[in-house]
Design a protein around this ligand. Structure first.
Ligand SMILES: Nc1nc2c(ncn2[C@@H]2O[C@H](COP(=O)(O)OP(=O)(O)OP(=O)(O)O)[C@@H](O)[C@H]2O)c(=O)[nH]1
Ligand SMILES: [Mg+2]
Ligand SMILES: [Zn+2]
Length: 292
């Protein structure tokens, strides 16, 4: 049975790439009954009817799966962030990073729209998230093409998905990388709310000229943690790891315990204070979820 990859879907029709050809498929009835969602990135077994239409018979086991954006089997998540238009929202950025860590997907942070901000602000961001936290960070401008040559090698031969608020420039980046994709729509940031307008509606995997797949996705603002408890949350902050062994208690939650290595590292400037603050916000949140 041919196996293909779902590259996009639209009201229960799935476009599946089978041997380099796009096949329009409907899922077998059982998927509706099982409430099993087929999503972009899924590897599926299909049968082909004589008229060329396909039917999804089976979804193969997923390597990983993100809820937001809804996509399966990705190698990395390009977390797009801006300091202006829309304004920086660090609580949201850290929330997305936790979500990506939990899914076992590697993040690559793209600081976009650097044409609009001072170099020192870019440097401060890079210092925090690359030098202190340890993530890969690339400052880029999709509009001016800055940083794209540094980005391209990270995309070759891999499946990447774009994530971030509406209006941060995800689709603009796709267009900057693949200028012939005129079908990829770019929106505007509202002058009044300084927010994007949810231009992209569906996840779509776009084959890159240099090899690899890049998934454009709708922006999102709401992201609720699932299946995280207070003991695992700290593992999703990779910069805590080297200091955790300094904590007096092995089960230290780095909140109010005495002799906490993480607190010491924050005070010494080795962990960004905002990261630890946001961790404490999330800790309250996951505890509240457990209470009932
Ligand atoms: N100044 C500047 N503007 C940019 C840059 N990248 C994107 N924009 C603008 O930001 C606006 C929003 O861009 P989109 O690519 O539609 O944003 P998006 O993240 O795809 O938004 P959704 O599809 O709604 O999630 C557009 O007006 C872009 O031209 C950049 O590097 N610099
Ligand atoms: Mg878009
Ligand atoms: Zn501690």
């Amino acid at each position: 049975m041919p196996v293909g990859k779902v590259i996009r879907s639209h009201s229960n029709i799935y476009y599946v790439l089978v041997d380099g050809h796009e096949v329009e498929c409907r899922p077998r009835g059982k998927f509706r009954l099982d409430r099993l969602q087929v999503r972009a990135g899924d590897e599926v077994e299909v049968t082909l009817a004589p008229d060329g239409e396909g039917r999804i018979e089976e979804v193969l086991p997923r390597r990983n799966c993100l809820e937001r954006p809804p996509v399966a089997n990705v190698d990395q998540c390009l977390v797009v962030f801006t300091l202006v238009e829309p304004d920086a929202d660090y609580l949201f950025l850290d929330r997305v990073l936790v979500h990506v860590e939990q899914a076992g997907v590697e993040p690559l942070i793209l600081l976009n729209k650097i044409d609009l901000v001072a170099e020192e602000d870019v440097n401060a961001f890079v210092r925090a998230y690359r030098d202190l936290v340890g993530y890969r960070v690339l400052p880029i401008s999709a509009r001016e093409g800055t940083g794209l040559d540094e980005l391209r090698p990270h995309l070759v031969g891999r499946t990447s998905v774009l994530a971030g608020h509406s209006g941060v420039g995800k689709s603009h980046l796709v267009r900057a990388l693949e200028p012939h994709r005129e079908d990829v729509r770019v929106g505007a940031v509202s002058a009044k709310s300084r927010k994007g307008r949810h231009t992209t509606r569906h996840v779509e995997l776009i084959p890159l000229t240099g090899g690899g797949l890049l998934a454009d996705a709708p922006g999102f603002t709401y992201l609720e943690f699932q299946d995280i408890d207070k003991w695992t949350l700290r593992d999703y902050f990779p910069e805590f790891a080297p200091y955790q062994s300094e904590c007096r208690y092995a089960d230290c939650l780095h909140r109010a315990e005495p002799e906490c290595g993480v607190w010491d590292a924050v005070e010494a400037g080795a962990i960004p204070e905002s990261r630890h603050q946001n961790y404490l916000v999330f800790l309250e949140e996951v505890e509240a979820m457990k209470r009932w």
